[in-house]
Design a protein around this ligand. Structure first.
Ligand SMILES: N[C@@H](CCC(=O)N[C@@H](CS)C(=O)NCC(=O)O)C(=O)O
Length: 212
């Protein structure tokens, strides 16, 4: 059996997939693909026609879209179950994943993290209007998340789930911006959850090493 993850070292979605693999205790081979490069290999475009990362290849099975990858990992691999069995908790878990993709990723990662943290680290030009726009969107997003966080250790119950795995890296990048960290800290339930999930060995082991 071979498991290969095609991803980009700084990509938050690749991080989510790696976090899930680590929590499942699965061995895999990492193949670095920079989806922003002008020369993404044709062989990769054959795997992912939308030129994004990550893509998982498990023997003869290929799959892209991070939410589908992590569900597949959970269902096809041994290790701890990462989806609640209770229908309402399970629905909440899917809801978190969808919220991250639809409403959180862009303002938190592509606007705030990318333009406030990542591009300056690389010495690349950044656009303060993108940071501003992301920070303006963030309070409503955080308030919506705060309302959904369960009164348990993790987002959807007592155990870690795919919801935590999908949201934590996105919050991790957002909180690297001073303003993002301050906004997060003003949401008690999210902050408590964040302290718990970000201390997990699998989260820490998969955290991207950013350029110094
Ligand atoms: N819907 C995709 C989104 C993946 C995605 O946007 N990945 C980013 C890196 S975090 C990417 O490949 N970006 C390349 C681009 O925007 O051109 C998923 O769930 O996997």
């Amino acid at each position: 059996m071979t498991v290969e993850l095609y991803g980009y070292q700084y990509s938050v979605y690749s991080w989510i997939a790696r976090f899930a693999l680590e929590e499942k205790g699965a061995d895999y081979r990492w193949i670095e693909i920079n989806p922003f490069a002008p020369d993404v290999p044709e062989s990769y475009l054959a795997l992912h026609p939308f030129k994004r990362v990550p893509t998982l290849v498990h023997d003869d099975f290929q799959i892209y879209e991070t939410g589908a990858i992590t569900r597949y990992l959970d269902e096809a691999f041994p290790g701890p179950r990462l989806q609640p069995t209770d229908p309402r908790h399970r629905a909440r878990c899917s809801q978190f994943v969808s919220i991250v993709d639809s409403y959180v990723y862009w303002p938190f990662v592509r606007q705030v993290f990318s333009h406030r943290v990542f591009r300056p680290l690389l010495g690349r030009p950044s656009d303060s209007t993108e940071v501003q726009s992301g920070l303006e969107t963030a309070p409503a997003v955080l308030a919506a998340l705060e309302r959904l966080v369960a009164d348990t250790e993790y987002l959807c119950g007592a155990d870690l789930s795919l919801a935590d795995i999908h949201l934590a890296p996105v919050i991790g990048y957002f909180a690297m911006a001073e303003e993002g960290d301050a906004l997060l800290k003003s949401h008690r339930k999210l902050s408590d959850w964040w302290a718990t999930v970000s201390a997990r060995p699998a989260y820490r082991a998969t955290r991207p090493q950013l350029p110094a």
